[in-house]
Design a binder for this molecule. Structure first.
Ligand SMILES: [Zn+2]
Length: 470
């Protein structure tokens, strides 16, 4: 009997890992892992990254990724080091992004551990990195392409159909058909579901299968809607008020994804002459042009690249745009005393260069921090969102005097009614739904809505629970 174990993103929004076990064609049990994410946020969650999996990685047969975000891929180096040596399947855009994210993550883990040792910040007697850049290298060689959309026969027992989830470049919902003893079982993984009617990315597509035995649905915003209001006007108001008082804006965001949404809006506001042309720094150690990735993966978005097609400006570049790559360039932004906008990772302020920009600028009431994405429990981003008066950065308490603005309009996740719209688009009634990838109140709220509005069987997934899926 096929079964599924929630190895992460159950009761929390990080650490996505779902283990499927089914009887294989040869009579032996086959194990398939969907996603391999890092836990982020509270100390308890982060501790799970250090615990061995309840299943020996050497015994896992297959691995498939829904998208590249670290909470879906960031534990791959540990899994590989612990014995998983087989292919990791993902579509080409997800492979490119996972490359960037994991290399960055490996360097960051090393750098932060070195700093913790040098400055004695760690609570641990012997701080060490969860993994290093060297642990990342073999993972990159294990990544193997699968189609962006349509069918893919992974093995005699596992077949996938992929659908654009509209969340980031390459993000997918996966429909898995398991053939077990001649019987077909269909499991749908929503992955992270994006938003409808937004610029840049496509709308999420609901899988069209006529049979769903089990559905795993994310519930990040399962208990709330995104703020109404025109993001263009709201952003114009913020930029104008901060520039007027001589301040700067810091936006925590990874270099690919929300960064482009902000750039797109800022560019429009500049062209409409609704904001002054202030310098925008995208501070990322990755030597890349995000635009190149958007040009490469055109099927994921509806941006028209004027640069390429009409020989004009690039819709993702503001007029005064600087990509900083080296540490020296990044630190030089500290010397910019005139109004500017700094976009830097990580999006939930869990690490990365945004920490030093915040250390530099949080203490000045003229400045502003825009939180555009979901801020998980236990992260510094959540502390800012909840109105913390000080933030501990590099072992020092930094007073929070800057204005903190939450802009849910820039979230890459569907709000509650958008999740219900995605569910309503399914063409089969799932026999059982499990709510994953949400904090308990969000998952419960969506469960209640599904039960009341759709009359489907829905339960909140529990960490390490194993359920029958056939
Ligand atoms: Zn995601």
């Amino acid at each position: 009997m096929a079964k599924l174990t929630f190895l992460g993103a159950a009761g929390c929004v990080t650490g996505s890992k779902y283990l499927v076990e089914a009887a294989g064609a040869s009579g032996t049990s086959k194990k398939l892992l969907i996603d391999c994410g890092l836990f982020q946020g509270t100390d308890d969650l982060k501790q799970r990254n250090w615990n061995p999996l309840p299943v020996d990685p050497k015994t896992i047969d297959y691995l498939v990724l829904t998208h590249a975000h670290l909470d879906h891929t960031g534990w791959l180096p540990v899994l590989s080091r612990d014995g998983y040596k087989k292919p990791i399947y993902a579509n080409p855009a997800t492979i490119d992004l996972t490359n960037l994210l994991l290399k960055d993550s490996g360097h960051l883990q090393e750098e932060e551990t070195k700093n913790a040792i040098k400055n004695k910040w760690s609570k641990h007697a012997d701080p060490r990195a969860l993994y290093t850049a060297d642990d990342v290298t073999p993972v990159l060689a294990q990544l193997k392409p699968m189609p962006r959309k349509g069918g893919f026969d992974l093995s005699p027992e596992f077949h996938f159909e992929s659908y654009d989830a509209g969340h980031i470049l390459g993000s997918s919902s996966l429909e898995l058909t398991i053939t077990e003893n001649g019987k077909k079982i269909v499991v749908v993984f929503s992955g992270d579901v994006g938003r409808y009617d937004q610029p840049i990315l496509n709308d999420p597509i609901s899988p069209v299968t006529k049979q769903i035995d089990t559905l795993l649905c994310e519930s990040t915003y399962g208990d709330r809607e995104h703020d109404p209001g025109d993001p263009l006007q709201l952003l114009a108001d913020i930029v104008n008020r901060v520039v007027k008082r001589g301040g700067s804006i810091v936006i925590p965001a990874f270099a690919i994804g929300r960064t482009q949404t902000f750039m797109y809006y800022l560019r429009q506001l500049e062209d409409l002459q609704k904001i002054p042309k202030v310098p925008v720094y995208v501070d990322s150690p990755m030597a890349l042009s995000a635009t190149d990735l958007y040009v490469k993966y055109k099927e994921d978005h509806d941006l028209e690249f004027a640069r390429e097609e009409r020989g004009g400006g690039d819709p993702l570049d503001v007029h005064t745009f600087q990509l900083t790559r080296s540490v020296a360039e990044s630190k030089a932004i500290n010397d910019v005393k005139t109004p500017c906008i700094i976009i830097s990772a990580s999006g939930m302020v869990t690490g990365g260069r945004v920490l030093h920009h915040l250390a530099q600028r949080l203490g000045d009431a003229r400045n502003c921090v825009i939180l555009g994405g979901f801020q998980a429990e236990g992260t510094k981003g959540r502390a800012l969102q909840e109105g913390a008066k000080t933030l501990s950065l590099f072992g020092q308490p930094v007073p929070v005097k800057a204005e903190i603005v939450e802009m849910g309009q820039f979230s890459a996740h569907a709000g509650k009614s958008e999740l219900l719209r995605w569910l309503g688009g399914l063409q089969a009634t799932p026999k059982q739904v499990y709510l994953t990838h949400g904090e308990p109140s969000a998952a419960q709220s969506l469960q209640q809505a599904i039960t009341e509005k759709l009359k489907w069987n829905a339960a909140v997934a529990r960490y390490l629970d194993t359920v029958q899926i056939g």
